[in-house]
Design a protein around this ligand. Structure first.
Ligand code: LFR
Length: 482
């Protein structure tokens, strides 16, 4: 075929991948070329066990993936990088000063109080429109302020921006991801200088903002040599917040849709043209994150498959052998009513023994504590589906947008039980897939920047729907257990 090729680098909290994206007349295909694990690393910091990202290892894996990509497709024209949000590197004269912290590190809690003493939650919401999450970059930066780390830094780069800088030498802040820092003004979409200065940060640390679709630069000569590429490759800004890219690739055919981008997190919401800053929305912890093409991702963070993956990690650590497909089959076969607990409870945020925390939470809340792995998994999935259903309903109520269909994209869309339970609890059809929505959204924005496809997000979504047809789950009310 004569399809053009771009590469999507998509970094998630548990794994990263490099995918080749093929774009032709009315065709869109994806081919994985590399997958690698990602995870936190604990380091002793003066007696505290700090949680960091092994960002340099991640970069090594990205370069290895790009080497394979360039070898397989010498005509590769562009690279785009997306990752999870909020986490960043601090640099001085281009040198990274410390390993980026993981958003699940516990340094944030004291920092929240310090930041809120300067600017309270309602004032912050009026300025940045973000739901309260204790790891929003502004709280992390407050922690850096108290340790003196900011004294050494002259630049702040979110993870994808850091990779773009390493690849091209150009420092820029892509807007969708920058919106998750809490330091962008929700009305102007620009760095909120008064807020930044009140919080005690140096405005000059924050790089110029660019929109998704902007050309960032060409690969540095040594990077080009490293990945053995013989033709010029551009690095293009994509919706560098993974959720922003995932929302681009929701294969919606109608306007009245809600989405659930489900991986480590379950991001539940609707897409709007302008932010909703109501007190009710703030009370329900709804966020106005920046989307591609100036759209607003009005959504709520649900704890997501983290509850499951961290349970599995705990069991494996205890020496149990876990086969995910078996476990899910047994969870599906559970017929006794299981606890539907509050998946959003902040106590589930930190890494560590998840089954014990879930059981304790059930006991505290007079819910039946799960007695087996299968019951625990069923309880997690029921609770997630319940939180998803509440999220969809609230998104609709708070925004005034009618919702007639739910699109589930990302890794969670492969989980048949979760999709069915979500259909049951929302009472709406759930269209599941694509699994690789984030990488697809990443590819599409590069393709549009290169003129390989044209049109609005609606048109891009049409192309996704034609190329990856979603699976349909209809609500079956009898399956609901409470
Ligand atoms: C999903 C995600 C969420 C963000 C969380 C932390 O991968 O990007 O949107 O709230 O990770 O960065």
């Amino acid at each position: 075929t004569d399809a053009a090729v771009v590469a999507a680098v998509d970094l998630g909290a548990t794994s990263g991948r490099v995918m080749l994206g093929y774009i032709g007349q009315n065709e869109l295909r994806l081919r994985p070329v590399a997958r690698f694990p990602n995870g936190p690393i604990r380091l002793n910091e003066g007696g505290r066990r700090a949680l960091h990202w092994n960002i340099v290892e991640l970069y090594r894996c990205v370069l290895a993936g790009l080497t394979t990509a360039a070898a397989e497709e010498p005509g590769l024209t562009s690279i785009g990088v997306d990752s999870w949000a909020v986490d960043y590197a601090l640099l001085r004269q281009g040198r990274m000063q410390q390993l980026p912290y993981h958003y699940r590190d516990d340094r944030n809690l004291p920092a929240v109080e310090i930041a809120h003493a300067v600017a309270g939650p309602s004032e912050l919401y009026a300025a940045n429109g973000l739901q309260f999450l204790p790891f929003n970059s502004l709280y992390q930066l407050t922690a850096d302020l108290t340790t003196g780390a900011l004294d050494l830094a002259d630049q702040f780069l979110l993870v994808p921006d850091l990779f773009n800088y390493w690849l091209t030498g150009t420092a820029a802040a892509e807007r969708t991801n920058a919106s998750t820092t809490g330091l962008l003004n929700v009305h102007t979409g620009d760095w909120d200088t008064p807020l930044i200065e009140r919080l005690g940060f140096d405005r000059r640390m924050f790089p110029p903002l660019v929109d998704a679709g902007t050309w960032i630069g060409s690969l540095l000569p040594d990077v080009s040599a490293e990945i053995k590429s013989h033709s010029p490759i551009a690095v293009t800004a994509v919706g560098s917040h993974d959720t922003a890219s995932a929302v681009v690739a929701v294969p919606a055919a109608r306007e009245d849709f809600a989405y659930i981008s489900c991986g480590t997190w379950g991001l539940v919401g609707v897409e709007l043209d302008s932010p909703v800053l109501s007190t009710a929305g703030r009370a329900q912890n709804f966020t106005n994150e920046g989307g591609v093409d100036g759209r607003v991702r009005y959504l709520h963070n649900v704890m997501g498959l983290w509850l499951l993956s961290e349970s599995i990690r705990t069991w494996e650590h205890e020496g149990q052998t876990i086969v995910l497909s078996d476990l899910l089959r047994r969870a599906e076969a559970v017929t006794t009513p299981v606890a539907v607990f509050d998946a959003d409870d902040q106590q589930f945020l930190a890494p560590g023994d998840m089954p014990t925390r879930i059981r304790a939470h059930c006991v505290e809340n007079d819910l039946p504590a799960p007695r087996s792995n299968a019951e625990l998994v069923r309880s997690i999935l029921e609770s997630l589906a319940d939180a998803f259903a509440r999220g969809v309903e609230q998104a609709s109520l708070l925004s005034g947008r009618t919702v007639g269909i739910v699109h589930m994209v990302g890794g969670g869309s492969q989980n048949r039980l979760l999709c069915q339970l979500t259909a049951n609890r929302t009472g709406l059809p759930v269209l599941a897939g694509p699994v690789e929505a984030t990488a697809i959204g990443n590819v599409l924005i590069q393709a549009r920047a290169q003129g390989l496809v044209t049109g609005s997000l609606e048109e891009l979504r049409g192309l996704v729907a034609r190329s990856f047809s979603p699976e349909r789950y209809l609500p079956a009310c009898t399956l609901v257990s409470r």
